[in-house]
Design a protein around this ligand. Structure first.
Ligand code: ZN
Length: 687
């Protein structure tokens, strides 16, 4: 016993000496932790890593069981998140790990991919039955390989985006390790109390009528500020207000600058209208503490690679599925720009930078991202991995940024979480914010959809459904399959082209993020994206065959707004015949071809044909818009969401001006809550 005590004391002394440096917050926190850890855990290192405190161990069995109880009580008292990592010296090489794991797993488990991340000591296993790998198996794997395993479902086809992420992470292990350590120090630094913002960075002219708040209304919808007082919180509106597209805000406190979303407006050709107005505030990108991405759509993250290209090198926080979906869409932008010869402000290497700096966090876990801001992401029900972002600022102000959200559940996802402990400021989207934007009941939506398709199919025509690859495509696939299987929709081939298959593979990998019903069928071994009715179309030759077929059919193709991609190629052949029909199931941004076709403002369109010659395409086909499939909330759902959240103040964004104003005034009159619609380039003082 005496020996054991001596070893324990020696062990702690050595570790403490390792951390003996001039007094700082990190060494204080670490020595407090070390004091309390049992020797059996064989801890070799304790350090800040990104938003966590990492505990490195040579005894994974003890550390993944008994130590975790210890850490959870420590976590409550210190209000910090812990993560157990294995000491690098006990990790065996990747090929041997693969062999060991296949020996340990039961015969029925088929492993389709193994990825060892040297930056974290974690091994990702893609398997046919993730639920079989329980906590006990994780411990056995850790004991015999030195790697802590995480499981994902094997997708029906290998996902290119996920392998791009794995290879990028593999090539940057050391760099990411350093990045996480440096970031940890920044997040857990001493609060500065009052940070002196360099007023030279910001315009100093103007009417400084409100010296107290330091936020100056200029009267033309613009505003400026000089510096922030203690506990003051301001919101910079850089895009996505009074419009749909280029969503971007910066929340600024005396301690931190945090960006919420960083999107582009795909319908705008000019940089000034297409990109967030970062130019107005002369932000140095390296001043930002973090970027948080609510979901993978490009109007929320399309500018992110450009941010890295121009000097940002900090973290990007998002949910696990958002990373591959975001990578998929960014890579696709590069591909489209190359094939169309159009300008894109970033390159493939900038997409890799985004991957390297991404920190994925699960729903519902409060995460410190700066000395005074803790964020929590929760299900937004909009697309897979979409999140509402709750920011707790030093316990004195809470912001809920809704991102895009769906209050009701869909075939694909559960509805958004709408109960939050405390929200002072709610920033809500308003895509369908007019009081007349009321979506019919789901059964009526399905019937209208099915009736419209049946009408065209029975008349021998083809139905084109332009869909965004991520989200709506998977929802429509589930609905078509269900309606056809249950006999309401006439049987016909359903052709699928574009990135839909790749996006569906990512959906399968992260099936645990999907709605209850889908999760249930996946757990019974049913892949909802592999129905017998679906046929994947690979490129122009196949496409011509589909179009030349006499028999009626349904075609799903990207992009959803007829802005490039195979849907435009189908449009050229489908639009001229009145036997055919185009059904729009997603929001059509002003100015896109989809919006113009839908509004009926054009009888013909000039486009290049298959041989590169300019051709006038007459638009004679039927068109139909079905809103009920939208991943957005309708007017009533937005109002219900606001009433459940019970904020003190509401700011409305992500909607055409009239729709945002409609929500703001309804919230004010119905709930007596202060509400407004800010302008792009406006600074709003929240506290
Ligand atoms: Zn969206």
């Amino acid at each position: 016993m005496a020996d054991k005590d001596n070893t324990e004391t020696r062990h702690k002394r050595v570790l403490k000496e390792n951390y003996r440096r001039p007094f700082n917050r990190e060494s204080l926190v670490i020595s407090t932790i070390l004091e309390s850890l049992p020797t059996e855990a064989q801890i070799t290192t304790v350090r800040f890593e990104g938003p966590n405190i990492a505990i490195y161990t040579k005894n994974p069995k003890f550390s993944l069981t008994e130590l975790t109880y210890h850490l959870s009580s420590l976590s409550r008292s210190l209000k910090k998140r812990f993560i157990v990592r294995t000491d690098p010296s006990i990790r065996i090489p990747e090929d041997k790990t693969r062999e060991e794991i296949s020996k340990l797993l039961p015969k029925e488990i088929i492993v389709s991919a193994v990825f060892c991340d040297e930056a974290t000591g974690e091994v990702v296993l893609e398997v046919n039955k993730p639920e079989v790998i329980d906590a006990e198996m994780v411990i056995r794997i850790a004991q015999s390989t030195g790697w802590i395993s995480h499981t994902r479902l094997s997708p029906h086809i290998p996902s290119t985006s996920i392998s791009t992420i794995h290879s990028t992470l593999k090539a940057s292990a050391r760099e990411r390790n350093n990045f996480l350590q440096e970031l940890g120090k920044k997040i857990f630094r001493h609060p500065l109390l009052v940070r002196n913002t360099n007023s030279n960075n910001y315009p100093s002219e103007g009417n400084y009528s409100d010296q107290k708040s330091n936020v100056i209304e200029k009267g033309d919808g613009r505003s400026e500020y000089r510096h922030l007082n203690k506990e003051e919180v301001v919101l910079f509106c850089l895009g996505g207000v009074k419009q749909v597209g280029r969503s971007c805000f910066v929340v600024m406190t005396t301690e931190s600058k945090v960006m919420l979303d960083c999107g582009i407006n795909p319908a705008e050709p000019e940089p000034l209208s297409a990109f967030p107005r970062l130019d107005c505030f002369n932000f140095n990108f390296d001043e930002l503490d973090a970027v948080i991405v609510s979901h993978a759509h490009i109007d929320h993250q399309g500018f992110l690679p450009t941010l890295f290209k121009h000097g940002y090198s900090g973290p990007v926080y998002c949910t696990e599925p958002t990373l591959p979906l975001m990578t998929l869409l960014q890579m696709d932008s590069v591909k489209i720009a190359k094939s169309n010869g159009t300008y894109l402000p970033f390159e493939v290497r900038d997409v890799y930078e985004v991957i390297k700096h991404c920190i994925t966090i699960p729903y519902g876990k409060p995460t410190d991202i700066s000395p005074d801001i803790t964020i929590t992401l929760n299900n937004a029900g909009h697309i897979m991995g979409s999140a509402t972002v709750h920011l707790n600022i030093s316990g004195v102000h809470n912001i809920l940024y809704s991102g895009d959200y769906k209050y009701a559940k869909t075939q694909l996802l559960d509805g958004t979480l709408s109960i939050y402990p405390r929200v002072e400021t709610l920033i809500t989207e308003s895509t369908y914010g007019n009081s007349t934007d009321v979506m019919p009941e789901q059964s009526i939506v399905y019937r209208t959809f099915t009736d419209n398709i049946n009408k065209t199919l029975t008349g021998g025509g083809k139905v084109l459904i332009p869909v965004p690859a991520v989200g709506r495509a998977q929802e429509i696939m589930l609905v078509l399959d269900k309606e056809m299987r249950e006999g309401r929709l006439m049987e016909s081939p359903i052709y699928i082209e574009g990135m839909i298959s790749e996006a569906s593979a990512v959906h399968m990998s992260y099936a645990h993020y999907l709605g209850y019903e889908v999760r249930k069928s996946v757990s019974q071994g049913i892949n909802p994206f592999q129905s017998e009715y679906f046929t994947v179309v690979n490129g122009p030759t196949n496409r011509a065959d589909v179009l030349n077929e006499e028999a009626p059919s349904i075609i799903m193709a990207t992009s959803g707004m007829l802005e490039g991609g195979p849907s435009v190629e189908y449009f050229k052949e489908i639009a001229p015949s009145d036997r055919n029909r185009i059904i729009f199931v997603s929001y059509q941004i002003n100015g896109t071809l989809g919006r113009r076709v839908l509004d009926g403002t054009m009888n013909e369109v000039s486009m290049l044909d298959r041989n590169g010659k300019l051709k006038v395409i007459p638009v004679r086909c039927e068109t139909k818009r079905i809103d009920g499939f939208s991943g957005h909330s309708d007017f009533n759902q937005i109002m219900n969401f606001v009433s459940r959240v019970k904020p003190k103040r509401v700011l409305v964004n992500h909607g055409e001006r009239s729709k945002s104003e409609s929500i703001a005034s309804a919230v004010h009159y119905r709930y007596k809550i202060r509400s407004s619609v800010p302008d792009n380039r406006e600074i709003v003082r929240l506290r």
